[in-house]
Design a protein around this ligand. Structure first.
Ligand code: UDP
Length: 403
């Protein structure tokens, strides 16, 4: 029997899912929320996504697709603000959300919270409105702190995560590894945790002719490595720059780094300085942020996409690259050891030393990709369609409702 259709209030308090991807605080989570909500709506559920106004031009209500709406609520300054300022604005967010529900006589079956900040809202709604809430953290503060790269996450985050883990009805994680992390660092009850993978838009990310992709982008270099993501120390771009020093025998090799907005300027400057120190500045192109729907050409233009992160909860970029047929060389983070077929569709380095990454990259830089390998790379991720992800999320939401 098909599961009954449900009314879902999705919360993404701190970050707007239609915001610019690759900015300091928006990346995989926004893609996940947008694509998943759209699919859940297509399957006949109704989904309202609530986020805070981060720009005075934000419309109060936006139809995103079939039975899928985005609602902006006032909470703090109508601008991009620091996460701890979002934390301090949550009482206003809750106040405006409850007022909206009352004004429009809205009622939901379940609240689905993304990131720890939304969890605090979920706790309140469960208590006051008797609606169960489900958590998806996307990244975990304690795991980030254990990686000890970049700024430490505030104690408030770790405490709040612990509380929502205890109080929520169910926790969704994208990998078995993240399930073990949440048990290890937060003593979560294993039976409360469900694993639902991330997905990739297989219509959008598809192979196109490499020469024409390069032509469109004005790329004339012989060999291209690609990095796509937020410019954050955890992404390991520093190690990728060091890796470039081991690849100097490849004439005309360029590394294109995609991502970063004005808030990432300090981090970009640090990386530029490092590339000068390593004397590889001529081989590095800092492209800045690229719109998600324009990335297909970049993935297709690249010989190898590299994911050198110190921590990923999943690693969406690897799926996008493979869906375009481009091999991926990565560190052993997120779900990459399951996504990448070792030495076939890419390479998972044993550690994130530049030498290990360079060894993997070399294997895939040498031959030119033939049509068969491109198709095999794409086929290896065909199971990650959003329709499939949304079915598995929907099952988990029903488990939460029945529990
Ligand atoms: N992204 C983008 N434009 C950019 C940089 C990143 O659209 O300039 C997208 C990228 O395609 C991917 C997401 O942001 O879909 C990053 O997701 P991932 O899971 O790799 O990293 P996260 O941001 O969640 O740490």
């Amino acid at each position: 029997m098909a599961p009954r259709k449900i009314k879902i209030a999705m919360l993404s308090a701190h970050s707007c899912p239609v915001g610019d991807l690759g900015a300091k605080d928006t990346g995989g989570m926004s893609v996940f929320i947008r694509e998943l909500a759209g699919e859940l709506g297509k399957q006949g559920n109704s989904v309202d996504i609530y986020t805070r106004i981060h720009d005075p031009k934000d419309p109060l209500l936006e139809e995103l697709g079939e039975q899928t709406r985005l609602i902006h609520l006032r909470a703090g300054q109508e601008a991009r603000i620091d996460k701890m300022d979002v934390y301090r604005s949550l009482p206003e967010f809750i106040f405006n959300l409850e007022r909206y529900w009352k004004d429009y006589k809205l009622r939901y079956d379940i609240v689905f919270c993304h990131y720890w900040l939304s969890g605090l809202v979920g706790e309140h709604l469960q208590q006051e409105w008797r609606i169960p809430f489900v958590m998806m953290y996307h990244t975990l503060g304690a795991v980030k702190n254990a990686a000890a790269i970049g700024e430490a996450e505030p104690e408030q985050r770790i405490t709040s995560e612990g509380e929502s883990i205890r109080k929520c009805r169910r926790i969704l994680v994208p990998t078995e590894r993240e399930k073990q992390n949440i048990i290890r660092y937060y003593k979560a009850l294993p039976h409360k945790i469900g694993i639902t993978p991330c997905g990739v838009n297989l219509e959008q990310f598809r192979p196109v002719d490499r020469a024409s992709a390069r032509g469109k982008l004005g790329i004339t270099s012989e060999k291209i490595l690609l990095f796509v993501g937020r410019i954050d120390p955890l992404k390991g771009i520093d190690q990728l720059l060091r890796t470039m020093t081991y690849l100097q025998s490849f004439k005309g090799l360029r590394l294109i780094i995609i991502g970063g907005d004005e808030n990432s300027r300090r981090e970009v400057e640090k990386l530029k300085k490092l590339s000068w120190e390593l004397k590889i500045e001529d081989s590095i192109i800092f492209q800045g942020m690229v719109m998600h729907d324009q990335l297909t050409d970049y993935y297709n233009a690249a010989d190898v996409c590299v994911v050198p992160s110190y921590y990923e909860s999943f690693g969406l970029v690897a799926l996008e690259a493979l869906a375009c047929g481009t091999p991926v060389v990565a560190t052993d983070v997120g779900d990459l050891r399951n996504i990448i077929h070792q030495e076939k569709t890419g390479y998972v380095a044993a550690d994130n030393t530049p030498q290990a990454l360079a060894a993997g990259i070399e294997r895939f830089l040498r031959p030119n990709l033939d049509a068969r390998s491109i198709q095999a790379n794409r086929a290896s991720v065909s199971r990650f369609s959003w329709a499939h992800v949304s079915e598995s999320v929907s099952q988990e939401l029903h488990k939460a409702l029945d529990g």
